[in-house]
Design a protein around this ligand. Structure first.
Ligand SMILES: [Fe+2]
Ligand SMILES: [Fe+2]
Length: 257
């Protein structure tokens, strides 16, 4: 079983590169199941029904969210979609699903979305405890999108649950890390990286960020409108649901010199 996990999709160029590349990536790598983080898909923060529909139609099976899950009011209109997961440990708890189970060929794939606690004001219960309900139902493969800032927290979480999980893939920092490994049969990567404007600061307009950070201006959030980088990770699992191979993917735009 092969799963493609796609990192945070940011803004218009992020949505477009996923739609443009996914058909050829499906052909080249033949993933059986595709998970993508869509927390920044609509204007860099949150998700709308239209952007969700556009991305799912491009070939995504399950979409996870993060600290921006509720940034767009429109989310309440489709948060109950079983293919959409918001962090288990983020209020409002009554809305949507934190994990789900999906039939894929003869296997059941469990996917969970969690939000870290370190430097993440939006999560309000302990991520190490909040995941426990995910283990109550049987599944052949269990994947966690760990949405967080701190690499240490993601690594510690994976050591705690390695024997119960098939993979823990980090999201949120928008910078792909090069620490892919297999911990006791559990695939791990601190951050899958971003699908979004490459010439930017984590997807945000560079000039605007400099005005905010260097000049201390109060600015609003503007997504950069530059060609996008694509970031993701491919995971292979054996019959027992253990990870046997993990490979990072990155497609950078051709830049003008
Ligand atoms: Fe993000
Ligand atoms: Fe985030």
């Amino acid at each position: 079983m092969r799963i493609l996990f796609i990192g945070d999709i940011v803004g218009r160029s992020g949505r477009q590169i996923v739609a443009d590349l996914l058909p050829s990536l499906r052909e080249q790598y033949s993933p059986d199941f595709v998970i993508a983080n869509g927390e920044n898909a609509a204007h860099g923060k949150g998700l709308t029904k239209k952007t969700f529909a556009f991305l799912m139609a491009s070939g995504i099976d399950v979409m996870t969210l993060g600290n921006h899950a509720f940034s767009k009011d429109d989310i309440v209109n489709f948060i109950d979609d079983k293919r959409l997961l918001r962090p288990i440990n983020m209020e409002p708890f009554g809305l949507g699903h934190g994990f789900g189970f999906y039939q894929c060929q003869d296997k059941v794939i469990g996917v969970a979305s969690v939000c870290g606690n370190v430097f993440m004001a939006e999560s309000n219960t302990n991520v190490f405890k909040a995941i426990e309900p995910f283990f109550e139902k049987t599944a052949d493969i269990r994947i966690v999108d760990f949405h967080g800032e701190a690499t240490s927290e993601k690594i510690a979480f994976t050591y705690l649950y390695a024997n119960k999980l098939s993979a823990v893939i980090g999201t949120h920092t928008h910078v792909q890390t090069a620490d892919e490994r297999i911990i006791q049969g559990c695939g791990f990567l601190s951050d899958a990286g971003m699908c979004g404007p490459y010439e930017s600061v984590l997807g945000r307009d560079i000039d605007e960020v400099l005005r905010k950070l260097a000049d201390e201006e109060i600015t609003r959030y503007t997504v950069a409108e530059t060609p996008a980088i694509f970031c993701g990770v491919l995971l292979d699992f054996n019959e027992g649901g253990r990870c046997v191979q993990i490979e990072r993917l990155q497609v950078r735009p051709l830049l003008e010199s």
